[in-house]
Each structure stands twice: as C-alpha cells, then as structure tokens.
Design a protein around this ligand. Structure first.
Ligand code: URP
Ligand code: ZN
Ligand code: ZN
Length: 456
C-alpha cells in the first residue's frame, strides 16, 4: 500500500527539514516538498519528527546463559523493540563450545523466524576458535552474517590473545568485522576470589571486581592486536572514561576503532549497586555501570563523534531470575532490559538536554549502525529506494517509563518512573505500520536482513 507522510520534520545525519515522504509498497519512493499522490492515504505529520527506523545493533534474545534463559525471546523482545521505535535489531547468534558456526546460525534462525515484529540480523559470537571454525567464516559472510563477537571474559566464551589474533587475521581476509567485549578476565577472577574470601558476597561487590581499569586493559590489548593485524574493530558497550582514554591513545597511533555505548552507561550510576537486595540486583550487568563522571565523559564523546553508535545490550531477566545471585553476586545473571526505552531516553536526555543534536541522534542510532554493519542505504536513512522503515515521533507529549506499560517479558525496567519527553507514535517496517500510539498493531512480520560488508 502507498502512504504519504505530509509535512513532518524529516531527520537525517546532516539536517532536519520539513518535507513529505511518499512510501510505495515496502520502499520509500520520494521525498520532497508538497508531493502529490492521487488516491493515496495521507498522514498529517505536522509538528512531528520523522526518523529513519532505529537500529539496535546489540540485543540478546532467547539466550541461554548463567544456567537460565533470557526473559525476552524474539517474540516479546522485538515487540518491545518496535514499540520503542527500533525497526531492525542485530542479535548475537552464539556458538556453544564444540558447536559449528552453521549450527549456531541455524539455531538463531529458528529462534527468530516468524516470531519477530521487526527486521533482524545476526552477529556471530564465537566461543571456540579453531581451524574448522576458521573455514566457516567465508560461509557466514556469504550468508549475510558479516560481523562477529569475541569475549575477553566469561569462561564459556572467552578467547585467548592468540585466538583473537588469528580470528582478526581471518576476518581481515574475508572482510568481516568483530565487536569485542573488553574486560580482563584474570583481574575479575582474582578480585572475585579476594572479595569472596572476605565474605563480601552482596550485589555491591559486583562493580568492585570489575573496575574501569579492567576494561581499559582489555581495550589496550585488543587495539594493540588489531593494530598489528592492521584491521578495524568495534568495542561494544564502552562504559568508562579510562576505556575511552585508551581508545584515544590508540587512535592517535593510527588504530581504526569504532565504539558503541549504551543508555545505562550514560544515564545510570554505580550508586544503584548500594540499593539493598533485589533493587540493586536489577542493575547487575557487565561491564558494570560506573560513576557520574563516566556518564559525563561518554556523553561528551557522543557529541565529539568519538563514539559512533548507541545500542542497548538488551539482555533481560526477571527479578525471580536475579534472585539466584542475591547471596553470591558472582552467580547473578548479567544484563538489563532496555530495548524499548533507548530512543525516548536518548531524545529526552540527549537532544532535549542539548547534549547531542537531533542529527547526531540519527547518526548514532540509524546511519552509523547501518553503515558499520553493512545495511546502508537499505536501512538507516530516509531516501528514495531505501526500505520504508520509519518512526513518527511526537516531541510534545510528556510521559514516564514503567514496567506496567512496557512490552518486555521482564517484570522490571531499570528506568522505572523516569520522565520522558515525546513518544514513538507510529512505526513502519518496510512500509507496513506495525505500531500505533504505543501498541503493536501488526506482529511477526520481521524478516532476516542479509548484510553486506561494513562501509563506515
Ligand atoms: O551484562 C551483560 N552485558 N550481559 C550481556 C552479555 C554481554 O556481555 O554483552
Ligand atoms: Zn558483552
Ligand atoms: Zn551484549
């Protein structure tokens, strides 16, 4: 069906202009002033912002981890995503040790197929690096999985420096890119033992065994290896000013590195871990949330362009699941839900607080992730020929975030009661309206996005 969006402010990474947008079928046909189209339904968008559909390049849906499985699967997770204005997610297909990458990819296709309300793609998280896996990399790239993940901590998934070196060399050959979870595993293990020996088992100990230098050290090591191999890499979920300083240091030496951060590292601070019992447990994620000063440094780095993307690292558990770690913080399932709140939080606390412009918001959550992960200009932009993934955002209304209204299967949100400005009013995925006034009106129509190589 064709639809004309009349008179909204169309936002791109360069500017924001009052324009009409003509959707034809699943694509954007035309953008311009006073477009006419006979017998086409018209939506009056005056006073509204029109964004390209937002991309969340870091989610974990239906992931088995810490002897449990995330609260959100693709069904609930992608409903939450579209309600929050996200039209494409990139989830982490995760290889179990001993498993082939094609098995892991098949598993993730089965988890997502016919359950997704937004479009989806996969990074391949590699837990086991060997010659057999190496031979599958080209096949992954041909199947549209052009990005990978490596962990420098978590015993079930972490790679050694030698494996990382070999992986980067292989990805360089096939044009894949890797996002890396940067924390030094040895430091975490030693500090955890030290604290547990002293009987410090509560949630407040979690950030103490994962200090910012632990992130900075792993970044230093990753970027040194990447520079020797001479390949670009991505640092996912950057949390600290020490980590950022390390990025600056390596960039000065010519290292090409892209950086992602998440709302929790911009808006929440470590005082949350002092909250008693389950209240503190709600904020346990890795890397941990840091100090207010880290929040400020990261906001500034978004403004200066030192950080290229904002994703969520949505990895949701219920409070019941979090209870497992109440008497021993090291057993707590790590991760937070936030796929539904990212856009409204970045608009309210980024754009309205003048920390970033509307255009930067569009770069960070639309254009840059689309380019970095090989989906541009199909996704991430409002241009003729692009997929008609569009968010109509009403900047005027006031609201607040609550577990009572969100769509995640988690029974809490780390942003309970947080005031917001504006709301995601309508969402289109490939020309089909999937959300109206905060509710899903068309579900399970998401498709797999076969991605090309990075162009950022
Ligand atoms: O605590 C977190 N972030 N859990 C999700 C997995 C990861 O490390 O990205
Ligand atoms: Zn991670
Ligand atoms: Zn993650």
């Amino acid at each position: 069906m064709d639809i004309l969006l009349r008179g909204g402010i169309v936002v791109s990474g360069k500017n924001s202009k009052k324009l009409d947008v003509l959707i034809q079928g699943s694509k954007i046909k035309e953008i311009g002033r006073r477009l006419s189209a006979d017998n086409v339904p018209v939506i009056d968008c005056s006073g509204k912002l029109i964004f390209p559909g937002f991309i969340d390049a870091h989610t974990h849906f239906d992931l088995e981890v810490s002897d449990t499985v995330t609260a959100d699967d693709f069904e609930s997770g992608t409903k939450a995503a579209v309600c929050g204005g996200t039209t494409t997610i990139i989830d982490f297909a995760t290889q179990n040790k001993g498993e082939s990458l094609s098995t892991a990819l098949n598993n993730w296709h089965m988890k997502a197929f016919s359950k997704s309300s937004c479009d989806y793609a996969f990074h391949m998280a590699i837990s086991d690096w060997n010659d057999r896996i190496k031979e599958e990399i080209n096949d992954m790239v041909e199947q549209g999985v052009t990005s990978f993940k490596a962990y420098l901590t978590y015993p079930a998934m972490m790679l050694s420096d030698e494996e990382l070196f070999d992986m980067l060399s292989t990805l360089k050959k096939y044009g894949g890119i890797v996002g890396v979870h940067c924390e030094n595993h040895g430091i975490i293990t030693a500090l955890t033992k030290e604290r547990k020996d002293k009987g410090e088992l509560c949630v407040a100990t979690h950030p103490k065994v994962r200090p910012a230098l632990c992130e900075a050290e792993a970044i230093d090591r990753l970027l040194s290896i990447a520079q020797i191999v001479d390949v670009s890499v991505v640092i996912v979920h950057l949390s600290s000013k020490e980590g950022l300083q390390m990025v600056r240091h390596h960039r000065k030496n010519g290292c090409k590195v892209f950086v992602e951060t998440c709302p929790q590292y911009l808006l929440l601070d470590e005082s949350r871990y002092e909250l008693k019992g389950l209240e503190g447990a709600k904020f346990v994620c890795s890397p941990p949330i840091r100090a207010k000063e880290d929040n400020r440094e990261l906001w500034n780095a978004l403004k200066t362009g030192e950080i290229q993307t904002v994703a969520t690292d949505h990895c949701s558990f219920t409070t019941e699941q979090k209870k497992v770690g109440l008497d021993d913080f090291s057993k707590m399932p790590n991760g937070l839900p936030s796929v539904e709140s990212r856009v409204v939080l970045m608009y309210t606390y980024g754009v309205c607080k003048k920390r970033i412009t509307l255009e930067r918001m569009c770069q960070l959550m639309c254009e840059n992730p689309a380019k970095l992960y090989g989906m541009y200009p199909k996704k991430g932009t409002i241009n003729s020929g692009s997929d008609a993934d569009i968010v109509i955002y009403d900047p005027k209304c006031d609201g607040f975030i609550s577990k009572n209204t969100h769509h995640s299967a988690s029974d809490y949100t780390p942003y309970e009661g947080v005031r917001t400005k504006g709301m995601v009013e309508r969402v289109f995925v490939r020309g089909k309206e999937v959300v109206r006034n905060g509710e899903v009106i068309l579900e399970n129509k998401g498709k797999f996005v076969h991605r090309a190589k990075s162009t950022l």
